[in-house]
Design a protein around this ligand. Structure first.
Ligand code: M6R
Length: 588
């Protein structure tokens, strides 16, 4: 995810900007840049790739008494990781960095283009700067406020401009931004880590706050308000995890933001749009094969239910390591879809190459732009999940399922705008529910194994819930279709068998309930996740009573992730780096 730094009133701002960006590297990025104001000019330096590339470029620049600057690390979401798309964006007389999403950027772009204003990047961010410069008529503060009044969405913004060269303008809505100070020096960052060691106290901006720093901080909401500075934390490692115990926990909590990013510009009131695709790409396609591994394979299974149901196209989902060696029959009327968080999974990549050799059209759903899979596929839909540090995939899975849902609707011409937004809301972590899961987890440490059960789309979710739990807790867990238990696995039922039942109100409710009853009758210990309370279960976690199964899906997904997390923490395991596993599996 992108990172922001800025500073004013210090002798050599370039040092803080670079050191600050280094502290944000852990968030992942594919380009970076800084904008520095010195006595001569506003100098913008950007580069693709690692920060050392940027540092090399900076070494060649001569600054004459620089006194303020802004910086940014970017993870490509809207537009490729190129220098033009990297921040800071430079306008006629200003430079700007932004984290978040400008939801109405296309409308603003259209309006400004009509006025003859040219855009040089593919980003939503550029519209903020262009709008500011369009409104500037000698009063930068007024133009900045007018810009803020017009943009919609989430943002943390820093802006510097030669037209008012002693101020840094800032604004925050939905994306984090912090202003810290020390002895008349002011520092900005999108999280604590860059600030530690430079400043001693910080004002954590609230949504709707904006203003500027010029010798002192001027902070506004409806009117000018007084900032409340608090001491900064001192532990950098904990600051990098935004105070969470593990990256995985942070990533579970991030899913709301990540899904908003994933659906931006794609889930529209008029239906699903993918800038990356055109309908002609699908001409002549009669069926789909999805190839993936692990969690991505589970997302693919959900995709099968959704695409067959919503688009009426036959789908087969294949474990890539099997597919690549079984000499499959591949025909040109098949669209070959690969799903991968990393874009580097060897088995998935090999199946993609195999499909291309056979002349199939290929589409990748991937989180890492420029990865091997993205380079190989004909078309790519980026997942926009940001870097995922926890080995156990969480937010990437959420974006994979969401992307498949949108793809199913795109192919089927179905508009579920409101349901998709409801599903995004459903992944917001309810802290009291998390507390309950934390308490409950202590009862699930000593059995002889777990079954996760569900039907329909809740079956792949059961597989994924079981995978999450076994990966990080090292407890045996299996996912099963609820209706299949009686064909063998129910022989294991006794009080030491823990069953997590995903009981949807909307799909096969009575049938799944009967499957739970069968397990209860054989004394299995059951934890039911549902909106409908059932008396017989040992433990119960309530979800909201939505009428859409995918909204239930996403809410249950978060609960299974938190359950795995809390059990693993109680077992004393390193949740982010489980034994024997690697984040990117580049070997067979
Ligand atoms: O990067 P990919 O999505 O291709 O990775 C596939 C699997 O290796 C991955 O999902 C793995 O199962 C994770 N450890 C799941 O948490």
């Amino acid at each position: 995810m992108c990172g922001i730094v800025g500073c004013i009133g210090i002798d050599y701002p370039v040092e803080y900007l670079i050191e600050g960006l280094k502290e944000l590297e852990y968030r992942g990025y594919d380009s970076a840049g800084i904008a520095v104001m010195d006595e001569e000019d506003l100098k913008v330096i950007k580069s693709v790739g690692k920060l050392k590339n940027l540092e090399e470029k900076i070494k060649k620049i001569k600054f004459k008494n620089p006194y303020m600057g802004i910086g940014h690390t970017r993870w490509a979401t809207h537009g490729k990781p190129t220098e033009l798309n990297a921040h800071p964006h430079k306008g006629q007389f200003g430079a700007l960095v932004h984290n978040g999403i400008i939801e109405n950027y296309q409308e603003i772009k259209k309006k400004l283009t009509k006025e003859g204003i040219e855009f040089i990047s593919q980003t939503d961010t550029e519209v903020i700067l262009r709008l500011f410069e369009y409104y500037y008529d000698g009063d930068a503060l007024k133009a900045f406020k007018r810009t803020l009044d017009e943009i919609e969405g989430a943002y943390a913004i820093l802006l510097i401009t030669k037209s008012d060269p002693d101020k840094i303008f800032f604004a925050k809505n939905g994306s984090p931004l912090i202003i810290a100070k020390n002895d008349g020096k002011f520092y900005f960052a999108s999280s604590d880590a860059p600030l530690i060691g430079y400043a001693n106290s910080a004002h954590y901006l609230e949504d709707g706050e904006w203003g500027f720093v010029e010798n002192k901080l001027h902070l506004f909401k409806e009117k000018e308000i007084i900032p409340s500075f608090k001491p900064l934390p001192t532990n950098k490692e904990s600051a990098k995890k935004d105070g969470f115990r593990f990256y995985m926990e942070k990533e579970i909590y991030e899913q709301f933001d990540v899904l908003r990013e994933n659906t931006l510009g794609r889930n529209t009131k008029e239906g699903i749009k993918f800038d990356e695709l055109n309908k002609s790409f699908f001409e002549g396609i009669d069926n789909i094969i999805i190839s993936a591994c692990g969690t991505s394979y589970h997302a693919g299974l959900v995709g099968k239910y959704l695409i067959e149901r919503n688009a009426k196209i036959r789908v087969n989902v294949e474990v890539a390591s099997e597919l690549r060696y079984r000499k499959p029959l591949l025909n040109k009327d098949t669209l070959f879809i690969v799903i991968s968080q990393s874009g580097e999974t060897a088995d998935t990549l090999e199946t993609l190459k195999m499909a291309k050799r056979k002349g199939l059209k290929t589409l990748a759903l991937c989180n890492v732009d420029n990865s091997s899979i993205v380079r190989e596929a004909d078309k790519t839909i980026l997942l926009r999940a940001g870097i995922e540090k926890g080995v156990a995939s969480t937010k990437a899975f959420a974006t994979q399922v969401m992307t498949l849902w949108m793809l199913a609707n795109y192919l089927g011409g179905i508009n579920e705008y409101d349901a998709i937004n409801e599903a995004i809301e459903a992944v917001k972590v309810d802290v009291s529910k998390h507390e309950k899961i934390k308490r409950l987890s202590k009862r699930y440490l000593h059995g002889h194994g777990f079954f996760f059960i569900g039907r329909d789309i809740f079956y792949p979710l059961a597989l994924e819930g079981a995978l999450k739990l076994k990966e990080i807790s090292y407890i045996h867990a299996e996912g099963y279709p609820a209706g299949e238990m009686k064909h063998g696995p129910i022989a294991l039922a006794d009080p030491g068998l823990f069953v997590v039942a995903l009981l949807s109100k909307n799909i096969l409710y009575e049938k799944t309930k009967s499957n739970i009853e069968e397990l209860v009758a054989r004394d299995a210990t059951t934890l039911t996740i549902s909106s409908e309370y059932i008396e017989m279960t040992d433990d119960f976690i309530k979800i909201s009573g939505t009428n859409h199964p995918l909204v239930e899906f996403f809410e249950m997904m978060v609960i299974t992730q938190l359950l795995a997390l809390e059990v693993a923490i109680r077992m004393g395991n390193d949740v982010d780096m489980p034994r024997n596993l690697a984040k990117s599996v580049t070997v067979e």
